[in-house]
Design a protein around this ligand. Structure first.
Ligand SMILES: Nc1ncnc2c1ncn2[C@@H]1O[C@H](COP(=O)(O)OP(=O)(O)OP(=O)(O)O)[C@@H](O)[C@H]1O
Length: 251
């Protein structure tokens, strides 16, 4: 990413991001609410046109050469829109065929993904009736079906219970172990710390730090501490302005 920039009205969402991410890593894009994570990922994956700047994936310009890029990446966007009136199995069958895979291969991969993601029992249920966690999992299956080189995930664990989170985690670890790249956004530091080997910290539309996890954490006891320091949130409390709240205050 070079000089990536996006403004919504008066709001600068992404304020000149220069960032090179290595292949074959498990990468976490972390930042507070409103930092610009979704806007950045949307621009990087060809879902939102930047106001200015350049994004290249594997040497291909995302906006000049979208087909080459989109065949190499899988994306689980925020607020994923799915074809609600298809069953999970039909959805994967449809997406696999859109990706140009042969029907028999699509059916084989779809069956395996549904099994591994604990969705086999719900394969004939309509997506509209899926829970939040099930939607994340079917979205992940759809993003993995064509075996992309790079997987982009926007908050993949949000609203997901610990059992499903463990399942998703297992699939992602298996995927990166074979040399593929995962880039995911999150504000859950413990998760990023336990999964990622490379981190980029974003705040107010700018990159505050990036590099191997140990380097970004530095001397701080945890990534959470390093993060609070980097985004300037250390010591910021709510107590001073909420003196009316709780047992001792006026009702
Ligand atoms: N379509 C839009 N129209 C107007 N403002 C927007 C739009 N999308 C994002 N923004 C603004 O841009 C800024 C960055 O938003 P973004 O969704 O990229 O942050 P985020 O880091 O993903 O946040 P969160 O962790 O809360 O999802 C915010 O101030 C947000 O209000």
């Amino acid at each position: 990413m070079q000089g990536l920039w996006k403004k919504f009205g008066e709001q600068i969402a992404v304020n000149g991001i220069d960032l090179t991410l290595p292949a074959g890593r498990f990468i976490g894009l972390v930042g507070p609410n409103g930092a610009g994570k979704t806007t950045t990922l949307s621009m990087v994956t060809g879902l939102l046109r930047p106001d200015s700047g350049l994004v290249e994936i594997g040497g291909h310009d995302v906006w000049q050469d979208p087909v080459a890029v989109k065949s190499r990446i899988g994306v689980l966007p925020e607020g994923l829109r799915l074809f609600e009136r298809l069953s999970g199995r039909e959805l994967l069958g449809y997406i696999g065929r859109l990706r140009g895979l042969p029907g028999t291969e699509v059916d084989k991969r779809a069956g395996q993904l549904l099994d591994v993601l604990d969705l086999a029992g719900a394969r004939n249920k309509l997506v509209v009736d899926y829970s939040t966690g099930m939607r994340k999992k079917i979205g992940l299956a759809a993003a993995l079906l064509h075996n992309p080189e790079i997987l982009f995930l926007d908050e993949p664990f949000e609203g997901v219970d610990p059992v499903s989170a463990q399942t998703i985690r297992g699939v992602l670890e298996r995927y990166t172990a074979s040399g593929a790249t995962v880039i995911f956004s999150s504000h859950v530091m413990e998760l990023v710390e336990s999964l990622c080997d490379w981190v980029a910290v974003i705040a107010a539309g700018r990159i505050r730090a990036d590099g191997p996890l140990a380097e970004v954490r530095g001397a701080a006891p945890s990534l959470q501490d390093a993060f609070l320091e980097l985004v300037g949130a250390r010591g910021r409390g709510a107590s001073a302005n909420l003196d009316w709240l709780g047992g001792g205050g006026t009702r």
